[in-house]
Design a protein around this ligand. Structure first.
Ligand code: MD3
Ligand code: FE
Length: 211
């Protein structure tokens, strides 16, 4: 008997938004190996916000476009500004996972263009924000959590709404589409911890159509 079984259920969060508990757990080793490959080509870096603050989350990308931030703003770029080369190709394993998850949430034929890879250490956080740098707001965003558990902060359509708190653990996948696509959201300060697959790290992959 598994008393924690409900963590692996499909959990509707809002119209168009569905948590698939543990959906990526059985391919975790391959996903993490692919992240390591990507980071060899396009190393994790701490981007600077337009306001001049260094982000505590380290980021890299793969796919035909990658999200970047600097003093001039936020945008998607087809080349890594650090190397001047195209971002690493998106692994087929990533494409297949994103498409399978999206399909299960009712979004057929999802073909992500960009994968932003976030890396958290204990103490890192992602302040409440909206994802609105994508020209395509019809397709969902698919997110995959690996490593240390985190508390996802899920706000409403305005910054004023106090966010709900949702635990995200290793292998969880969430498909964010429909009316909640523009909701404010973030990740609370990551607690100390150690995970068998990642040590003292949390990774999050987000798959997007951006153009
Ligand atoms: C809800 N990443 O990269 S993933 C981000 O865990 C980001 O690193 C968080 O927010 C992370 O922009 C959360 C879940 C997520 C991603 C995008 C969303 C939830 C979302 C866009 C709209 C609504
Ligand atoms: Fe976001």
């Amino acid at each position: 008997m598994n008393l924690f079984d409900d963590a692996d259920d499909d959990l509707p969060l809002a119209p168009g938004a569905l948590k698939l508990g543990g959906f990526a757990r059985d391919i975790d080793v391959a996903l993490l190996a692919a992240v390591a490959d990507i980071a060899r080509d396009a190393p994790f870096r701490h981007l600077v916000t337009p306001g001049g603050l260094r982000m505590s989350v380290a980021m890299t990308n793969c796919g035909e476009a990658g999200w970047v931030s600097d003093r001039t703003g936020y945008r998607y770029e087809s080349c890594d500004p650090e190397s001047g080369r195209p971002w690493p190709a998106m692994p087929q394993l990533f494409r297949d996972l994103a498409a399978r998850a999206a399909a299960r949430a009712g979004f057929a034929d999802f073909q992500p263009q960009a994968c932003l890879v976030n890396r958290y250490v204990p103490g890192s956080k992602l302040s409440l924000h909206q994802d609105r740098d994508e020209r395509n707001l019809v397709e969902p965003i698919v997110s995959v959590s690996l490593g240390l558990p985190a508390t996802f902060l899920w706000g409403g359509a305005t910054r004023a709404e106090r966010p709900h708190r949702l635990p995200l653990v290793h292998g969880d996948v969430v498909v964010w589409g429909g009316p909640s696509r523009l909701n404010f959201h973030g990740i609370d300060t990551l607690p100390q911890g150690a995970h068998p697959a990642t040590g003292a790290l949390r990774y999050n992959l987000t798959f997007r159509r951006v153009r």
